[in-house]
Design a protein around this ligand. Structure first.
Ligand SMILES: CC(C)(COP(=O)(O)OP(=O)(O)OC[C@H]1O[C@@H](n2cnc3c(N)ncnc32)[C@H](O)[C@@H]1OP(=O)(O)O)[C@@H](O)C(=O)NCCC(=O)NCCS
Length: 176
């Protein structure tokens, strides 16, 4: 059965200084190698780095439910290049369009900040994420052997993927 798309009550907004706890909780639910509050604080303090938080408010039986944190994306922009550092959707909200909405918002923000290309690394075994990236025009441009180290000591390779955010001839929109 197809899950109901989540995009209707979805709000995506920049991560602020008071969001680090909720961002860390979400990250822990998405990855076995979790980034803690202080890791995230350091990362987001780096020049050109920003985070986005997806929050969802649903109507159930005519009642407006409290807003929930359902996903996040973290990116870095340096000159005309950008990198998707992490993206995750809470397990129970996957397959409802949240990841696509986050990636679209992240790409738009990187474009606004002047990036022409976006890069990312993805585990060769992570087909769900690869499909998401392919849907947005990312293609494989390289392989990084043993890029990921897992908690059980196992290592796995990563694909580097790239997507053109702006045509080479296109003017860069001014950053805010
Ligand atoms: C990857 C991830 C962010 C996708 O988020 P999501 O909200 O489930 O994705 P969406 O519902 O927006 O799906 C968008 C597209 O992604 C692809 N996709 C998502 N889940 C998929 C799955 N389980 N299998 C195959 N393709 C999948 C599909 O192309 C889908 O488009 P479609 O619905 O039109 O077919 C989510 O699975 C996740 O958080 N995974 C754990 C963390 C992770 O691996 N992050 C990426 C690290 S590089």
């Amino acid at each position: 059965m197809l899950a109901v798309p989540a995009t209707r009550g979805l709000r995506i907004r920049p991560v602020g200084p008071f969001d680090l706890g909720r961002l860390a909780r979400l990250h822990r639910r998405c990855f076995t190698e979790a980034w803690g509050r202080s890791d995230l604080a350091h990362l987001l303090a780096m020049p050109g780095t920003f985070g986005l938080l997806a929050r969802l408010q649903e109507h159930r039986r005519l009642v407006l439910e409290p807003r929930r944190d359902v996903g996040f994306a973290i990116c870095r922009v340096a000159a005309d290049e950008s990198e998707l550092l992490s993206i995750g959707v809470a397990p129970e909200w996957r397959g409802r369009g949240v990841g696509a909405a986050l990636l679209e918002a992240a790409m738009a923000r990187c474009r606004e900040l002047g990036a022409r290309r976006m890069f990312l690394e993805v585990d060769v075994d992570n087909r769900a994420a690869q499909k998401l990236y392919e849907r947005f025009g990312f293609t494989r441009v390289g392989l990084r052997p043993d890029y990921y180290r897992h908690g059980d000591g196992r290592r796995s390779d990563a694909w580097t993927m790239r997507c053109q955010l702006m045509g080479e001839g296109q003017a860069t929109p001014p950053a805010d």
